[in-house]
Design a protein around this ligand. Structure first.
Ligand code: ADP
Ligand code: MG
Length: 478
């Protein structure tokens, strides 16, 4: 085991065992980014030493990997009670003459360096610890513009070109899932990395950010956590809706955020709702709104066609126009679904190269996706009442029945409110379903609307029920 190096089967086995225990894509991506930064491996008695170049890496990787790697070594059957230690591999030690182990180490370091320089993705060599890798394809060049996203696109370009010097700071991009928020945010990152070699960029999801904060608290390393984030020139923080309800962390985030602003560092955030609907502390929301808030909406038919065509570029497959139109007509909710539909068609073509693709086959292949779309679109007062009843643990009969116990007021009014917001039915029609006058429905709906501005729990109810019906909270609250 003392022969371990990045190519040895033993290290491979440890990595494979570690990888098999990962439970999220994020952990996987992080490993892909971090493990190539390990410079050497040495088993010294019952201590397994991993060499890294800098103090920050040592500290960071120790927090992240010591325990999991120890567990992996044990699970892989390579030894019980072996402890993992990260240490800085010093240059003078590596250059000490006549020491075979050091020469071997040096070779490893060199080959490691070579692999790193060969790596085509720019983020590997430039990344500071704690930043997640950017998707290579999420660039401005690959982003299709249309009326639904042109404003967000223009703001993103301005931020990428004028880093920290525009009035768009922070830039807050919001919209439903799968509409290109992450893509646009990472495009800013790519542009800055390609054009400003001295800028340090951090892309991170709010969930990871929160986890790191919690770890830093637990390990009493908050000052280091703070110092690390405050030195980035560009902080890309994805999915800030994760901050909701985390009071203590909001305070920390507010401070980090202010520091970055003071030094003209650029912050970009994405979120699935508008800032005012986030349910965060007021001062944070107003701070967000001092920059630029842009929305990405669902793409129009023309944009959906353009996206399909752009996703086909570079693949040597030709999909007949009538099939592209069929996809664009039927899959409307979000771009991720459009990509999913396209990749199903492409896979079919790959697997059945002899069979000419026609509309009938495409209809068959996408049947379930189209049905899903239909349920997303078709929300009726009846489906709303059912979802509300399920949420509050009452029956549909309770909601539409004549009884007026106190306990039914909120579920009934909530069903009225959501029926008004989420369906296209007229008030009189909704009234019929509730077996009540349309003025009663209107009154009930207004009651919920009023309470929403003061009752956070109620807002959460709206969010959850709307979510179950496949709708974003913003659809219901606008
Ligand atoms: P979000 O972060 O809003 O949930 P993503 O940015 O992850 O959405 O986008 C989902 C997928 O759709 C990604 O593969 C992305 O490349 C693609 N996509 C979204 N909008 C566009 C667009 N305007 N042009 C090209 N691809 C897009
Ligand atoms: Mg996203």
């Amino acid at each position: 085991m003392s022969e371990i190096n990045s190519k040895s089967p033993v290290w491979d086995k440890i990595v494979a065992t570690y990888r098999a225990g990962l439970s999220s894509m994020e952990e996987f991506k992080r490993m892909e980014l971090h493990f190539p930064q390990f410079l050497s491996y040495d088993l010294d008695g019952s201590v397994f030493r991993i060499g890294v170049a800098e103090e920050l890496q040592k500290e960071w990787f120790s927090q992240l990997y010591v325990k999991p790697l120890e567990a992996a070594i044990k699970t892989a059957g390579l030894g019980d009670g072996i402890s993992v230690v990260f240490e800085i591999v010093e240059n003078k030690e590596m250059h000490a003459p006549g020491n075979a182990a050091n020469i071997a180490k040096e070779d490893k370091v060199e080959s490691q360096r070579k692999t790193q320089t060969k790596d085509p993705s720019p983020q590997r060599s430039r990344a500071l610890p704690s930043t997640l890798p950017l998707h290579e394809t999420y660039t401005f060049a690959n982003f299709v513009r249309g009326p639904s996203n042109s404003f967000a696109y223009a703001a993103a370009i301005a931020v990428a070109k004028g880093l920290g010097r525009t009035a768009y700071n922070p830039l807050f991009i919001w919209g439903s899932t799968g509409l290109g928020k992450t893509h646009l945010m990472e495009a800013i990152g790519h542009h800055v990395m390609d054009n400003n070699p001295d800028c340090s960029v951090c892309y991170i999801t709010s969930e990871t950010f929160l986890n790191e904060y919690t770890n830093a608290m637990a390990n009493a390393t908050l000052p280091k956590f703070r110092a690390r984030y405050r030195k980035y020139d560009l902080l890309l923080l994805d999915d800030v809706q994760f901050l909701v309800g985390k009071k203590q962390f909001q305070e920390e985030f507010f401070n980090t955020f202010n520091q970055l602003m003071i030094f003209n560092k650029q912050v970009v955030m994405t979120c699935d709702v508008a800032p005012k609907e986030l349910g965060l502390e007021e001062r944070l929301i107003s701070r967000f709104q001092q920059g630029m808030v842009v929305e990405i909406e669902s793409p129009s038919y023309e944009t959906r066609i353009a996206i399909l065509k752009s996703k086909m570029q570079g693949r040597n497959r030709i999909i007949p126009n009538e099939i592209l139109s069929f996809i664009a007509e039927n899959i409307r909710s979000h771009v991720r679904a459009i990509e999913g539909a396209l990749s199903r068609i492409v896979t079919f073509m790959d697997v059945n190269p002899e069979m000419p693709l026609n509309l009938e086959i495409a209809q068959h292949l996408l049947k379930d996706m189209i049905e899903d779309e239909a349920t997303i679109k078709k929300i009726t007062p009846e489906t709303v009442i059912q979802a509300v009843a399920d949420h509050y643990g009452v029956s549909v009969k309770d909601i539409i029945g004549p009884g007026r116990p106190q306990s039914l007021i909120t579920p009934r009014q909530m069903a009225m409110f959501l029926s008004c917001k989420l369906t296209t039915d007229s008030l009189p029609n909704i009234g019929k379903v509730f077996d009540r006058k349309h003025t009663t429905v209107y009154y009930g709906s207004q009651q919920i609307q009023k309470r929403l501005s003061v009752e956070a729990d109620l807002k959460q109810d709206v969010q959850q029920i709307a979510g179950k019906l496949g709708r974003n909270i913003s659809d219901a609250l606008e």
